[in-house]
Design a binder for this molecule. Structure first.
Ligand SMILES: NC(=O)C1=CN([C@@H]2O[C@H](COP(=O)(O)OP(=O)(O)OC[C@H]3O[C@@H](n4cnc5c(N)ncnc54)[C@H](OP(=O)(O)O)[C@@H]3O)[C@@H](O)[C@H]2O)C=CC1
Ligand SMILES: CC(=O)N[C@@H](CCC(=O)OP(=O)(O)O)C(=O)O
Length: 345
C-alpha cells in the first residue's frame, strides 16, 4: 500500500520514515514539508543519504491525496484539525500523531489547545488509537487519533487495575519525565542544550494538554468522572520517557497479585512487557522500539501501588504506535515492521 506523510521533516515524521522503510507492505509515496518543498530528503537530512524516497512537497491536499491509501499527520494539532476534514472528505484514511482528534468534546479541545475544534461529528467518528485498549474500533476507523506520549505510558500503566476497579477514586498521581525530542525539532530556549543538559525542570504544571486526554480515557473506563494530578519534567535525554504513577488501592493486594493481574491483561499484547517483582524499567531498555515496559510495587504502609512505565516517546509514544495502528487497521499482523531490539547501552 502507498502512504503519505505530512510533517515528514519533524522528529515524529522522520521516525515514521525510518519505520516505514522497514515495512514489507508499505511504500512511501508523498512526504510533505512546506519549509523544504522541492528539496530531496537527503539534502536536508544527510542520514538519509542513498535511501530511495520522494522529494518533499507542498501541502496541496488534492495532490497529496492522489494515489495514496493512507495519510499520517505528524504535524501540530492545529494543522491536523484544519486538514484532516479535507482528506477525510476525499476518502483517505488518516492516522493523526497530534492531539487534534483525541478529545471527544470540542469545547474541551478549544480550552486546552487554543484552536478551533474539528466538527463534533468528526470528533465522534475519530477512534482513540491506544491499540491495547480498543483494537476492534481501530480496525474500522477512518480517523485514528494516536494517543499522546505521556497518556500512552500512563494509560498502559493503569489499564489492568482500572478495569478491575481496584483503585480508590481520584487517587492517581502521575510524575512524568520526557527526553527533549518530545518537544519536536523546532528551536527554542526551552530546549537549549546549555539549559537542559545536567538539569531537570517541571513544565506546564497543572496546564498540560494531556490532562484532559488521560482523564477522558480513565473516566470512560470506570464510567465515573476521574481526575488526576499530573506533572511533566524535561530531562537531558534525546529520546525516552518515564512515568511513575502512584495510586491508592481500595483493598490490600500483594505485589505478586498485581503483577499477575498485569501479566494476564497483557498476555496477548506483544508490545507491553511486565517486569518481575523487584525490577523496574528504564528508557534505555526500550530505546528505538515500540515496547512499553512496566514495573510494579505495593507499599503496604500507604496502601498505594507504585507503577513505573517507560516508552520511547518517538516510538510507542508516536511513530511506532502509529504503525501498530496502521497494521491493525489494514489487517497486517500487529508486529509487522516493529520487531526491533532496544539500542542498549
Ligand atoms: N515528538 C514526540 O515525541 C511526540 C510528538 N507528538 C505529536 O506529533 C506531532 C509532530 O511532532 P514532532 O514531529 O515532534 O514535531 P516537529 O516540530 O519536529 O515537526 C512538525 C512538523 O509539522 C510540519 N508543520 C508545521 N506547521 C505546518 C503547517 N502549517 N502545514 C504543514 N506542515 C506543518 C513541520 O514542517 P516544516 O518543517 O515544513 O515546518 C514539521 O515537519 C505533534 O502534534 C506532536 O505534538 C506526539 C507524541 C510524541
Ligand atoms: C518534552 C515536551 O515538550 N513534550 C511535549 C510532548 C508533546 C506531545 O506528545 O504531543 P501531543 O500534544 O501531540 O500529544 C509536551 O509535553 O507537550
Amino acid at each position: 500500500m502507498k502512504v503519505g506523510i505530512l510533517g515528514g521533516s519533524g522528529y515524529g515524521g522522520l521516525e515514521l520514515i525510518r519505520l516505514l522503510l522497514m515495512h514489507p507492505y508499505v511504500e512511501i509515496e508523498k512526504v510533505v514539508s512546506p519549509s523544504y518543498a522541492g528539496q530531496e530528503l537527503s539534502s536536508v537530512f544527510p542520514h538519509l543519504n542513498q535511501v530511495e524516497l520522494p522529494s518533499f512537497v507542498e501541502l496541496d491536499a488534492l495532490e497529496v491525496a492522489e494515489g495514496v491509501d493512507l495519510i499520517f499527520f505528524a504535524t501540530p494539532a492545529d494543522v491536523s484539525a484544519t486538514y484532516i476534514p479535507t482528506f477525510h472528505g476525499l476518502g483517505v484514511p488518516c492516522i493523526d500523531l497530534s492531539g487534534g482528534f483525541r478529545l471527544r468534546d470540542g469545547a474541551v479541545f478549544e480550552e486546552w489547545y487554543n484552536h478551533a475544534s474539528p466538527s463534533s461529528e468528526l470528533l465522534r467518528e475519530a477512534v482513540y488509537g491506544l491499540t491495547e485498549l480498543n483494537p476492534e474500533q481501530i480496525e474500522h476507523a477512518n480517523i485514528i487519533a494516536n494517543p499522546g506520549c505521556y497518556p500512552t505510558a500512563t494509560l498502559l500503566g493503569l489499564l489492568p487495575i482500572m478495569k478491575e476497579k481496584w483503585l480508590s477514586r481520584n487517587s492517581i498521581i502521575i510524575d512524568g519525565k520526557s527526553g527533549v525530542s518530545g518537544a519536536g525539532r523546532k528551536v527554542g530556549l526551552g530546549t537549549h542544550f546549555a539549559e537542559v543538559n545536567e538539569n531537570i525542570s517541571a513544565y506546564k504544571v497543572n496546564e498540560h494538554q494531556h490532562i484532559p486526554e488521560i482523564e477522558q480515557v480513565l473516566s470512560e473506563l470506570v464510567k465515573k468522572e476521574t481526575r488526576v494530578s499530573f506533572t511533566t519534567h524535561l530531562i537531558p535525554l534525546t529520546r525516552g520517557m518515564m512515568c511513575t504513577l502512584y495510586v491508592g488501592m481500595k483493598e490490600s493486594h500483594s505485589t505478586a497479585e498485581i503483577i499477575a493481574l498485569y501479566e494476564a491483561y497483557y498476555e496477548n499484547h506483544p508490545f507491553v512487557r511486565i517486569f518481575s517483582e523487584g525490577t523496574f524499567p528504564t528508557p534505555k531498555g526500550v530505546a528505538g522500539t515500540n515496547y512499553c515496559d512496566i514495573g510494579l510495587s505495593v507499599d503496604h504502609r500507604t496502601k498505594r501501588i507504585t507503577i513505573v512505565s517507560c516508552i520511547d516517546n518517538l516510538m510507542k509514544g508516536a511513530a511506532g504506535q502509529a504503525v501498530q495502528n496502521m497494521n491493525v487497521r489494514f489487517g497486517f499482523p500487529e508486529k509487522t515492521g516493529l520487531v526491533l531490539t532496544p539500542v542498549f547501552p
